[in-house]
Structure formats: C-alpha cells, structure tokens
Design a protein around this ligand. Structure first.
Ligand code: COA
Length: 435
C-alpha cells in the first residue's frame, strides 16, 4: 500500500485540482500534493467547578489522595440539565470556525467523538450540523473512548487526502458526569465534562497531520466500560437499580496498559512521520493521570517536562475532549507555533490507543474580533435555527395532512397502485434491467 505521502497528487481547492466540493468545479492536475492542516480550534467547558474538597463531602476521599494519585485538583461538570454533550460541542465548533474564519456551509464532514453522546442515535454530530447550519456536511459519531479524538483526526485526514472533503470539523465532546457513579470513589474523582473542536482543511501547504497510529485490544473491553444500555444489556429497571449504566473501571489494569501504549504509540507515530524525539516541540497527551504521563512520556521516552502540555489539574479526565481542550490551551499559552512538531497521544476504553504527529503550519494568533463578522456569524446561526424550525414545521404538517403529501389525494377505498417493476434478466452472469 502506498505511504500517505506517496498518495496520488491532487491540486489544492480553488486552483485547478479536483475538488470534492460540488460548488467548486475544478479540473484535476497531478503536480501538487494535498495536506490536512488544522486551521481552526476551540473549546467549551461548563461553568460549574467541582474541587477535590467538594468531593470529600460526597465520597470517602481526600484532596491529598486525589492530587497525589492523579494530579487532578478540580473538574468541570455540566450542572445545568440544558447543558449537554451537543451544546458543548456546538460552542466548541463555533469557536473553531470563528478562528478559521470559515463559513459552516463550507464543511463537508463533521465527526464527533464521544462516549457520552447526546443519544444512542441520532449522532451528536448531526445535532451539531443542524445547530451550526452546516447544510452541506455529512455527520457521524465515532466511538473509540478517550482515544476517539485522535481516531477522528485520522478519519478527517483520510477524507482530505482522498480528495473526498475540503473541510472537516472534528469534535471531541463529553458529559461524563452524566454516566459517572457519584457514589464510586474509584471513578467519580477522575472524570470531567468539556468539548474541543478542530477544523481540518485541505491545503497545498506541506505539513499538517503527518501520520497517525491507531490500535486496539478488545480483550480488555471489560476493564473500562459502561455495561448497560446497549444490545448486550438493554436498559431495564434492573440495569438501572444495579448501576450498570455507570462507568466501571479496573483502574490498576488501565494504568499499566496506558503507560505501555502511550510510549509505544508515540514512538510508532514518530517513526511513520519520519521524525525523532529530539525534533518534537510538544506532546499533548490524553489528560487522564499525571502519573501515567510521567511514567510513559517523561520516563520511557525521556521527553523533557517543558515539552509536555498538562492541564488535567483543572479539568480531570474529559475523555475524548481532553486532547483538543489541551491543544487550545497550549495555543493560548504560546506553546504552539508555526514550524513546530507536535504529537497527540491517547488511550482509553476498547481498549484503544492512538497517536498522531502534526507539523503545525498556521499562525496561532487569534483574529481580532471584527464586529461585522461576528454579527454576521450570529445572524447565520439564527438563520440555521429558523431553517431547522421551518423543516420541523413542514414535517409536522406532512404528518397531520390527510393526503399524500407528494401528489394527489388518495380517495378513501381506492386501492393504491404498486409501481410496475421492470423485469430483470441475467446475461453473462450479470443481473441487469431490460431496457
Ligand atoms: N480516595 C481515597 N482512596 C481511594 C480512592 C479515592 N478516590 N480511590 C481508591 N482509593 C483507595 C483504594 O480503595 C485502595 O484502598 P485499599 O488499599 O485499602 O484497597 C487504595 O486507595 C489504593 O488504590 P489503588 O487502586 O492502588 O490506587 P492507584 O494508585 O492505582 O490509583 C487510580 C487509582 C484509579 C487513580 C489509578 O489506578 C489510575 O489512574 N488508573 C487509570 C485510570 C484511567 O486513567 N482511566 C481512564 C482511562 S481513559
């Protein structure tokens, strides 16, 4: 199989390259490569802070235990029932689009990674698509637990390099507080809520997402899971009363697994990207536990502390949202600059792990807020909400309307005529319509 950088060459959008976007009609040229660049980023976190001291009032724990075993000092929790995985994802998505100054109608695809999605289905990505008015975008959710955001980056890169998309919005969003057992001290002290988004664009500028390394080991599925609510254990009074809708975890086993795969996945992705550890400027690890990072990235790979971004003390483990939130904060802190080589590396339920190497190529100074643009953006979101309401209203009318909405009214008692099917015949072993 061809290496990513040996893929068929395609010209960038807007020039004379093949565009996946029907609105941009261009002809193929094979002299320029496509790259998947991160051009926008944003995050959203709930306002409510729960400190370790607050947890001391809920379960048998101490601030000292949580800090020393995990590094976590506080976490954010969606206390308002109206705040959900989708509302956080929508806020993060809007910020990412604003940073990139890209209109939602340009999006080709929205991928939302989550372990606490809005519903089993429809996808949280579809909810986001509707809310931001991304009328030309496909949308789907991705389930790879805490590794999900990096998996989603890999999917986005694939779509872009294949020429199937020009702009892909990647989201990692969680309200784990809704699936955490607040009486279980083994888990409730670890997790938090939040969402992060990045906008990936096809670009002729070399760099961007250079390589991805994905892995899984399903034999460890029961080490970290929500047992009930799926087809294996459908929701019932019993599953609810036994607490099987909550996160269950074997912390020690997950810890050992995490330490091993974080280091291995980082090495593997650097190898694929043709980089070495010395050429790395920043590692953004999944923010689960400071001791996991210390034992893997710092000790095994000997990456100096100043090259590893940590913010888990403020947010706890926000699962798939942790890497994009940390990326945004690293950018805010001036730790990401054009020309830098970054690695995102995560692990989680599945068991899964994932790493991706990025050569950062875009300026990181946020555009100054332009009054006109911001007003236009807000008006766009109002229009999207109005369009969505209109579509719902039309569907409602079609539901209550007594006649066939597509055509003539069907008089009572008159049999509905089935459309006449053309016969299909077999010729040379191939079924085809007789024309
Ligand atoms: N407060 C106080 N004591 C606690 C506690 C808490 N919140 N949680 C567990 N303990 C107790 C245990 O009951 C145990 O007591 P015992 O020795 O009397 O049996 C003791 O602390 C030590 O527990 P142990 O499991 O050995 O702690 P640990 O050092 O392994 O740390 C984790 C526990 C969960 C912090 C650690 O295993 C971990 O981070 N694992 C990975 C989890 C993770 O990242 N999950 C998400 C993956 S995406």
């Amino acid at each position: 199989m061809a290496e990513p950088n040996e893929l068929p060459l395609v010209t960038p959008p807007g020039q004379n390259g093949a565009s996946a976007h029907p609105r941009e009609s261009v002809t193929p040229r094979e002299s320029e490569r496509r790259y998947a660049q991160i051009i926008g980023w944003g995050y959203a976190i709930p306002e409510k802070v729960i400190t370790n001291h607050d947890l001391e009032q809920i379960v048998d724990t101490t601030d000292e235990w949580i800090r020393s075993r995990t590094g976590i000092e506080e976490r954010r929790v969606a206390a308002d029932p109206k705040e959900t995985t989708a509302t956080l994802a929508i806020d993060a998505a809007r910020r990412a689009l604003e940073v990139a100054d890209v209109h939602p109608s340009k999006l080709d695809l929205i991928i939302c990674s989550s372990s606490s999605p809005e519903y089993i289905f429809p996808s949280t990505a579809s909810v986001v698509q509707d809310a931001i008015g991304a009328e030309n975008a496909g949308a789907f959710d991705l389930s790879a637990a805490c590794s999900g955001f990096v998996y989603a980056l890999s999917m986005a890169r694939g779509h872009i390099l294949a020429g199937d998309a020009e702009y892909v919005l990647v989201l990692g969003a969680e309200t784990l507080s809704r699936i955490v057992d607040w009486t279980d001290r083994n888990t409730c002290v670890l997790f938090g809520d939040g969402a992060g988004a990045v906008l990936i664009a096809a670009s002729p500028v070399p760099g961007g997402i250079l390589a991805c390394e994905l892995g899984s080991d399903g034999s460890g599925a029961e080490l970290l899971m929500v047992p009930a609510g799926g087809s294996a254990m459908p929701a019932s009074l019993e599953t609810v009363s036994s607490g099987n809708h909550f996160i269950k975890m074997d912390g020690k086993a997950v810890f050992r697994f995490a330490v091993r795969v974080m280091a291995d996945a980082t090495r593997a992705v650097l190898d694929k990207a043709g980089l070495d550890i010395d050429s790395l400027d920043l590692v953004i690890p999944h923010q689960a536990n400071i001791r996991i990072v210390q034992n893997s990235v710092l000790k095994q790979l000997r990456i100096p502390e100043e090259k590893v971004f940590i913010n888990l003390q403020k947010y706890g483990n926000t699962s798939t949202a942790s890497i994009p939130i940390a990326l945004c904060e690293a950018i805010e802190a001036g730790k990401v600059k054009p020309g830098n080589n970054l690695v995102f590396v995560g692990f989680g339920g599945g068991l899964t792990w994932a790493a991706c190497a990025v050569h950062w190529s875009v300026p990181t100074d946020r555009p100054t807020t332009d009054w006109w643009k911001s007003t236009r953006r807000q008006a766009g979101y109002q229009a999207a909400a109005a369009r969505s309401m209109w579509r719902r209203a039309v569907r409602w009318v079609y539901q209550v309307w007594p006649d066939d909405p597509e055509g003539k009214p069907i008089p009572d008692g008159e049999p509905v005529k089935e459309p006449v099917k053309e016969p299909e015949i077999q010729q040379n072993g191939v079924l085809r319509r007789d024309e």
